[in-house]
Design a protein around this ligand. Structure first.
Ligand code: FAD
Length: 474
């Protein structure tokens, strides 16, 4: 039994209680504090800082960048220099990663511990819709709540999988030795980014993907370029695979049975990487003690202000979805805090959504795809241009990919763009600005585009579109 009398007199009157101090939670806590509110942050993670800093974006991109540098160095003869072919030293890469991450993590901890918030380093769960119980038995109450507990690795109930000693992205990001080979299950963003990392540091990678293309949610044209690049680097990518069963053979060997094109296959691995996705971390929040509604996906349902069906409870970040990426989590957290305390805020919508996949070539898209435009009855006009015909990418030997721009034929406004290339994650931002501001191709062509840069490639489809849209108007 929880004893409400144990709620410390001066702690039971928070304006906002944030459950989970990652990207979404910190953004909400900071925003509420700036509004002069009394804020509690409850985080029970073994380390403070959240997924992005500890086991997500930052460690993965640190290691992926190391692998990219290694890959370039290994191609040295192409650029006119010789020498022994460099090889990966996983322990050294880990050391660098730990140092980099510690810096980010120390900074975030400092922000959470600098006295602006009442910080509770415990797990919390609802005992009723107005009370959170901490693992040490304390009870906390607040006027408003924000649930921002993030996500956990999905453990799909495939026959035998849960009996096998499989690895997750956490393990891959902590690798300080080089596995000789591995099987990667899945073809999503994390699966692809880390499959290529493992391959580039010298591991023989077999990647098993259920659908015909990797990177669901991106155009098949984009996925195809990445698939070709993967194959050219020696990744054995098998698509159209149906996983059948898994069996631990010895202490460290696992048999994977699957079908491809209706034929049975079997592989044995010492390193099985389960990259089949993540799910919202809501199972242990005591939500059953509230009347809070979750969606079929397991996400906590919210309106565009991140408010749940219980008006004093908000949810943001991976536990709310629908896009599990950091800038969305931050924007959701800020929106929730402002709305909770009566500020006028723009409801969140995702028509300008920006997404990046850190494979090489990178894949980046912003706004609407041609299919989405047509579903909405918009008449699309598109133009694209390949990097294998562009000066800067040719001189850099970075010829994979293309840029594509999609506009609304009637208004002329750019509604979406896609870029597959080296550093596509950087290149997409000029088009992200265009989409957000409702610019037309002619608007963008008023800007200078420096030569020779990768960015100037955008001018080719923009010129084509400007011409086609001008013809429409005449
Ligand atoms: C390998 C990998 C790479 C990624 N790369 C990118 C990328 O390049 N770009 C990008 O935008 N996104 C990336 N992501 C996704 C991104 O990391 C997440 O979308 C983001 O970190 C989610 O933030 P959040 O605040 O929702 O959750 P989190 O940061 O996970 O925060 C949740 C917090 O809640 C705490 N918590 C959980 N339950 C409780 C409880 N009951 N009580 C108290 N505290 C609790 C946890 O300890 C944690 O600190 C990546 C993810 C992975 C796994």
């Amino acid at each position: 039994m929880h004893n409400l009398d144990r709620v410390t007199e001066n702690l039971n009157t928070f304006d906002l209680l944030v459950l989970g101090g990652g990207s979404a939670g910190y953004a909400a806590a900071r925003t509420a504090k700036e509004l002069g509110k009394k804020v509690a942050v409850v985080d029970g993670g073994s380390e403070l800082s959240g997924l992005c800093i500890l086991r997500g974006c930052m460690p993965s991109k640190t290691l992926i960048y190391s692998a990219e540098v290694l890959h370039l160095a290994q191609k040295g003869s192409l650029f006119g220099f010789h020498g022994e072919k460099p090889v990966a030293n996983l322990a050294a890469m880990q050391k660098r990663k730990r140092e980099v991450i510690k810096e980010f993590s120390d900074y975030r901890k400092e922000q959470l511990e600098d006295g602006r918030f009442f910080l509770f380093r415990e797990h919390g769960s609802f005992v009723d819709s107005h009370t959170i119980s901490l693992t040490d038995g304390r009870l906390l109450r607040a006027e408003k709540f924000l649930i921002s507990t993030g996500s956990v690795v999905q453990r799909p109930n495939l026959p035998g999988l849960l009996d096998c000693p499989y690895k997750t992205s956490d393990d891959v990001l902590d690798l300080d030795y080089l596995p000789e080979e591995c099987i990667v299950l899945g073809g999503g963003v994390v699966a692809c980014e880390l499959a290529q990392f493992l391959s580039r540091v010298g591991c023989k990678v077999t990647q098993l993907q259920r659908s015909e293309h990797i990177l669901k949610g991106f155009s098949s044209k984009a996925s195809t370029v990445v698939e070709q690049a993967f194959c050219s680097e020696g990744i054995d990518l098998k698509t159209g695979v149906s996983l059948q069963s898994f069996e631990p053979l010895t202490d460290d060997q696992i048999r994977v049975d699957f079908e491809q094109n209706g034929k049975p296959h079997s592989l044995i691995t010492r390193f099985l990487f389960n990259a089949l996705g993540r799910k919202p971390a809501t199972a242990e929040l005591g939500l059953e003690t509230t009347e809070l509604e979750c969606l079929a996906s397991g996400h906590i349902g919210t309106n565009p202000y991140q408010q749940t069906n219980l008006p004093h409870i908000y949810a943001a970040g991976d536990c709310a979805g629908p896009h599990e990426i950091v800038h969305v989590a931050i924007r959701q957290g800020e929106t929730a805090a402002k709305h909770a305390f009566g500020l006028s805020v723009v409801p969140l919508e995702y028509d300008h959504l920006l997404t990046v996949v850190f494979t090489d070539p990178q894949v980046a898209r912003v706004g609407l795809s041609v299919e989405q435009m047509m579903q909405r009855g918009i008449d699309p006009v598109s133009a694209s241009y390949p990097f294998d015909d562009h000066g800067k990418s040719i001189l850099m030997e970075a010829k994979w990919g293309y840029v594509a721009v999609h506009a609304d034929r009637s208004s002329g406004r750019i509604l979406g763009a896609e870029c597959v290339s080296k550093d596509a994650g950087e290149l997409i931002h000029s088009l992200s600005v265009a989409v957000a501001l409702g610019a037309t191709p002619s608007d963008l062509l008023k800007a200078d585009w420096y030569h020779p840069t990768l960015s100037e490639i955008w001018t080719y489809p923009l010129e084509d579109l400007a011409e086609e849209l001008a013809t429409n108007c005449t």
